[in-house]
Design a protein around this ligand. Sequence first.
Ligand SMILES: [Zn+2]
Length: 148
Amino acid sequence: MFTSRMDDALTEARAAATRGEVPVGAVLCDPAGRVVAADGNRTRELSDPTAHAEILVIRAACAAAGSERLPGYRLWVTLEPCPMCAAAIAAARIAVLYYGAPDPRMGGVAHGARVFDHPQCHHRPEVYEGIAAGAAQSLLRGFFAARR
Ligand SMILES: [Zn+2]
């Protein structure tokens, strides 16, 4: 049965905002649909520019699976992944990517590098965009408005 995990990803994004991080959240499900990892951005907390929500859940799921690849897994992210995360998604062989808001500035899926459309990309997940995009976008807008 298909269950949307975007609400869970949004919960992670809100938690990231309360930590002072850019509010992006991600949830990774195994082929059976079980949630195996959920997290939000932690670049400031970990002093790590690669600690995006997507990278953190991929690391956690790979560690749990004892594998560098996650075939059949589905990833939910509140914002269009950046090129770094898109490359990691391809490397992990994730089957399906669902994301919320488009990111014309930093995105690497439908914008910019368009990593999955590149001839050097060996694995292209199924991609569904615009899921709960309004909620994800207003979270981001609120976060950056409060910082200004
Ligand atoms: Zn990223």
